[in-house]
Design a binder for this molecule. Structure first.
Ligand SMILES: NC(=O)c1ccc[n+]([C@@H]2O[C@H](COP(=O)([O-])OP(=O)(O)OC[C@H]3O[C@@H](n4cnc5c(N)ncnc54)[C@H](O)[C@@H]3O)[C@@H](O)[C@H]2O)c1
Ligand SMILES: [Zn+2]
Length: 431
């Protein structure tokens, strides 16, 4: 029998009705103690299988082609086909051994095969260890929709063996660190400081350090999910940097980590404009320290269009997570109507995006928009006015003539028209 590693830590988490056990600092061989080998099927991908072939000896293993493009229904069908050939039944365990693509697939197939069989994960990328394999979300992509189909179902256990990381490409390390930095900036000032003191190669070389970092980050993700399994509030903080990040990922050839790194920089810049967040530069430096991009010239108008399209397609509102301090998020504009949030963010994004020339628009102009958003004109809700404004704000920063309501009409041929108009409505503004 395999001796239990001295360092192994067993931690149980209750999420909803399920108890999930995490085996940190564990060895893959310990899997034999967790599941009966004859009633278990491992699901992995070619890269993981090739790099760690000896570990799979003796196990029924289904090996998939690697990559996001295989996280689709035909793969699910093919796996189900193989499971039936292997005579998998309700007693069978399905264990996903791989990155987020594999754990998403294994979680989903395990949830639907025979209306649900037992599932465990052995995450093999840093991203899967600290993020993707945790929280119970699983599923597949459909057409251009990412993660459109899936369930929320917690695995019975996660086994962490950092020897998998020895073969992990550098790019995938960086992807993992993007999420780790996100956790730190959203929740843990101490962790943020610790990351500032080290760098990627320190964690790559130091087994103890990476194990402890993974455990901390898994805990952050799990405890966030524990408080909010179905993403009503807390869990949405994990989307920090992801609103713009997802759009960047769709439009440009960048990895998820690179995209959310840029998304976090934008979100931090917005946070500093709207919430007085002081550490945007520190965040930017930390991301760069871990090899992640922090500046890029992207076409913001195109990205806004993607976000709007995505919103229309999925029916989900675009939400922006902003920070007040490192480790402290701002309430999501509680009480403000969503349209208002959007225009404020849009305005700040434009302001933040240095690739656009806003030199003709000064603070006064932006203040005017801000005030406009908080005013209520002649019985019409500010949301309606904001909507008009939103509609007329062109991607190049110009504003089309704007009808505010039946009584007041203002043609905006330059930014100061708006200011002048507001001063007419409320002369005190210009004092
Ligand atoms: N369910 C969730 O809550 C959640 C959260 C975040 C991301 N995700 C999903 O996770 C996926 C991204 O995860 P990922 O970055 O782990 O992707 P991935 O599974 O595609 O892995 C990235 C690459 O690394 C290879 N690889 C994996 N482990 C390796 C190892 N030990 N050595 C060498 N190569 C290895 C893979 O074959 C692949 O080529 C996306 O599909 C995303 O939607 C899910
Ligand atoms: Zn992410």
């Amino acid at each position: 029998m395999q001796p239990k590693s001295k360092l192994m830590k067993q931690r149980k988490f209750k999420i909803g009705a399920t108890v999930t056990t995490c085996y940190f600092s564990c060895q893959f061989s310990y899997l034999k103690k967790l599941v009966p080998i004859e009633h278990t099927v491992l699901l992995t991908d070619q890269h993981v299988y090739k790099a760690h072939a000896s570990l799979f000896k003796g196990w029924n293993t289904i090996v998939l082609k690697a990559g996001e493009s295989y996280k689709i229904q035909p793969t699910v069908d093919a796996v189900i086909e193989q499971l039936t050939k292997l005579k998998a039944d309700r007693q069978t365990w399905l264990i996903g051994v791989g990155g987020g693509v594999i754990t998403d697939l294994a979680g989903y197939i395990g949830a639907i095969y025979m209306r649900g069989i037992k599932v465990g994960f052995v995450p093999t990328t840093l991203l899967a260890m600290v993020d993707a394999a945790l929280g119970g979300k699983n599923g597949i992509d459909h057409g251009t929709y990412k993660n459109l189909v899936g369930t929320i179902r917690q695995p019975a256990f996660l086994l962490y063996d950092t020897k998998f990381l020895k073969t992990l490409p550098e790019k995938e390390w960086k992807n993992g660190f993007a999420e780790i930095i996100k956790h730190a900036v959203c929740f843990k000032p101490n962790l943020f400081r610790a990351l500032e003191k080290n760098n990627l190669s320190y964690y790559q070389k130091n087994k103890r350090a990476i194990e402890s970092l993974i455990e901390k980050n898994a805990w952050i993700k799990l405890s966030t999910v524990q408080q909010d399994e179905t993403e009503q509030g807390m869990r949405s903080i994990l989307n920090f940097g992801h609103t713009l990040g997802h759009a960047i990922e769709m439009v440009y050839e960048v990895s998820h980590g690179e995209a959310i790194s840029l998304g976090m920089v934008a979100a931090a810049t917005i946070s500093s404009k709207l919430n007085g967040f002081m550490d945007a530069t520190r965040l930017q430096l930390l991301l760069a320290q871990y090899g992640l991009p922090t500046v890029a010239s992207y076409d913001l108008t195109k990205l806004m269009r993607v976000m709007e399209m995505d919103k229309k397609k999925t029916g989900k509102k675009v939400r922006y997570i902003l920070l007040e301090k490192i480790g402290k998020k701002k309430e999501l504009f509680a009480g403000l109507i969503n349209t208002l949030e959007e225009i404020r963010v849009r305005q700040s994004l434009m302001y933040a995006d240095l690739s656009l020339d806003f030199s003709t628009y000064d603070e006064k102009f932006f203040n005017a928009i801000d005030i406009l958003l908080h005013m209520n004109f002649g019985g019409k809700g500010a949301d309606v006015i904001a909507f008009y404004l939103y509609d007329r704000l062109n991607g190049d920063g110009t504003i089309n003539p704007l009808i505010v309501n039946g009584q007041h009409e203002v043609k905006l041929t330059n930014p100061y028209d708006l200011w002048n108009f507001l001063c007419q409505v409320n002369p005190k503004l210009d004092e």
